[in-house]
Design a protein around this ligand. Structure first.
Ligand code: GDP
Ligand code: MN
Length: 385
């Protein structure tokens, strides 16, 4: 789960990491009031679940409360398109109004779960700011990577290594290295998959604060962070993915035209490979899950069909706890509810109640090709063109 910058900063601040003074505003009037409180000069920042805002016009530096109101008015209610969003952009519903910092240096600090390192890796760079992607691409040696031992945690010398690596002055070494320990605590306490401060700003008067913050929480750990659930903002997500999430269906939209409905993440991956092998492209990844009932299956198919690129559907079910007849009934239910013509479907069903499921589909007036294995499924998909 992603959260907004202002929410991430609240979490960081509670964890003892310095952030600029400021407050979120939902209207131009609120923005002006916050700017006034801050003494006029401030930064107005679009709150969206995407980076690259600076380059996309989503960050405005203003000198008066009036200008803050104008900036907020220009941003709120519009959509921001950055290199991290699709061409349709994401809606701006609020802005963060913050004290403008006198920036001396912009540093990068990140912590991420790294699959290869099998744990958390700390990444820092002196070359922070808006071009960090280029730095990573072209001069990766400018990024220091420090793997954290999950048992020992972040040890003090690693914090000092970061501080020296970032070329901090003598009196900044201690605060920065203790900031790293605090950041690691925030990471663990909130079951994060990513925490990123870019830039970590050193001001002209020597303060070090998180001028931007990004924090992702592992979805599978949300059950033990009920208090964070309210930070969820489905409006920032892909509409179909958010809809799927409501029903506990794992769905990721892709660019092809073969809608895939599968049970089990591994089988769903294999099914996508099969569509590739057939010379076609999957329209989505979808795992309907083990304990699905008819309604959930119908919902999954409805989501697949809401994608206008879908011209055919591949259903691949290995019935275990999820019975094949339940899948068939769910498909029929979705077909009945659909107000569009159902696309042709290729169905492979094996396992619990497979015969019953196949019979239900065969006897329906859906355009269904029943196949026995994945090779035949590929052939049948190919034959549909
Ligand atoms: P992002 O582009 O979405 O990552 O948004 P950031 O919050 O990182 O802001 C982009 C850039 O705006 C930063 O790299 C800074 O250069 C600049 N910026 C942000 N806040 C301030 C501030 O308080 N003062 C000044 N002078 N620049 C700021
Ligand atoms: Mn940033």
């Amino acid at each position: 789960m992603k959260v907004h910058e202002y929410q991430a900063k609240e979490i960081l601040s509670k964890g003892g990491i310095p952030v600029p003074k400021g407050m979120v505003a939902k209207t131009p009037e609120e923005a002006a009031a916050v700017a006034k409180e801050l003494g006029g000069r401030s930064v107005v920042k679009a709150q969206v679940h995407a980076g690259g805002r600076g380059k996309a016009g989503g960050i405005k530096i203003v000198s008066t409360p009036d200008e803050a109101a104008t900036a907020a008015k220009e941003l709120i209610g519009t959509k921001l398109v950055t290199f991290q969003t699709g061409p349709e952009g994401v809606p701006i519903r609020s802005v963060l109004v913050e004290e403008a910092l006198e920036v001396d240096r912009e540093l990068y600090v990140g912590m991420v779960i790294d699959g290869a390192a099998q744990g958390v890796v700390v990444m820092v760079s002196e070359a922070g700011g808006m071009d960090i992607e280029e730095v990573a691409e072209e001069t990766p040696e400018r990024i220091i990577r420090i793997p954290i031992d999950p048992v020992l945690g972040l040890i003090p010398y690693q914090g000092r290594k970061v501080a020296y690596g970032l070329n901090m002055t003598a009196d900044q070494i201690r605060p920065v290295s203790s900031m790293m320990s605090k950041l690691y605590d925030v990471f663990l306490d909130n079951d994060c998959s990513l925490v990123e401060i870019n830039p970590l700003v050193v001001t002209k008067d020597g303060r070090v604060l998180a001028a931007d913050a990004k924090l992702n929480i592992d979805d599978d750990a949300m059950f033990r962070h009920r208090n964070l659930q309210e930070l969820h903002d489905p409006e920032q997500e892909d509409e179909l993915e958010a809809e799927a999430g409501k029903y506990g269906i794992s769905y990721v939209k892709l660019d092809g035209d073969v809608g895939c409905m599968v049970n089990g993440a591994g089988l769903a991956m294999a099914t996508m490979d099969v569509t590739f092998a057939a010379g076609t492209m999957p329209a989505n990844f979808l795992d309907v899950g083990g304990g699905a009932d008819e309604e959930k299956v119908a919902q999954a198919l409805k989501i697949i069909l809401s994608d206008h690129n879908v011209s055919k559907v591949l259903i691949n079910i290995f019935g275990g706890i999820l019975r094949c007849d339940v899948v068939a009934r769910g498909a029929l239910m979705a077909a009945e509810a659909a107000n569009v013509k159902m696309p042709p479907m290729v169905v492979r069903m094996l396992g619990t109640n497979a015969e019953e499921g196949r019979k239900l589909l065969e006897e329906s007036d859906l355009n269904v090709t029943l196949v026995g294995d994945l090779g035949q499924a590929a052939q049948a998909i190919k034959a549909l063109g």
